[in-house]
Design a protein around this ligand. Sequence first.
Ligand SMILES: [Zn+2]
Length: 273
Amino acid sequence: MNAKAVPVLMYHHVSPSPGLVTLHPETFAAHMEHLARGGYSTLRADQFLDWLQGREKVPEKSVLITFDDGYLDNYVHAYPTLKRLGLHAVIFLVTAWIGAGRPRAHAAERREVPPLPSHKECKRAIAEGRADSVMLRWAEIERMQADGVMEFHSHTHTHVRWDTLYPESTARLDALRQDLILARDTLEQCLGHSSRHLCWPWGYYDANYQDIARELGYHAQYTVERGLNLRGDDPLFIKRIDTKEKPGAWLKRRLDLYSHPWLGRAYLKLRGK
Ligand SMILES: [Zn+2]
């Protein structure tokens, strides 16, 4: 028993406010119920990396669930659903956007949940210095980590495009290194452990970026490229499946494709990938 391929799912928002990269809480619950009913193992990130590098076996039906950025709605809606179903997921945090303060209410509590604006409005709030109103707080992160439902890794400190901010390459790579160090140290300090997992913001990276990140301990690097993850594949190019506001049956088809190497390859070839 060992998986031949492990699909990595990519989510951003789970919120009733429609918008880009957003799933309605009911759609998300349908996806997760499909995984739970289908007997999928939702892996820890380290387990996934160890499997990829041939150090560990994982059940045939395994999947890694990831969230990018660290929105407040992940705590309000995704967390209670995952907890109810006994599933596990990873959140890649943008550390500069995480605030202090008490945990807000989530959907399984008998308190009014905070407002959850659309993706567009979240972006505006961050740009206007109101990140705390739309992003996670450390206290919420601690709670989700403490009961083992979520684990947290790096999505850099500032989530910027270093290539457009710094046209000159030495300055660009210096800025990237400083950012990754700050993100790594902040996470270590706040979560109490180190991490080998980094997700590239905007899906943007090059060989220099990857080298710097690897030097800093990030042996697993996550992209937004769609595709299969097979045992022995390069962990600097982890592929993910972007999820959509579509029913559980849609997810089932995706998982079938990306859990079976020959089926996945044939599909990607048909799509010209
Ligand atoms: Zn992002």
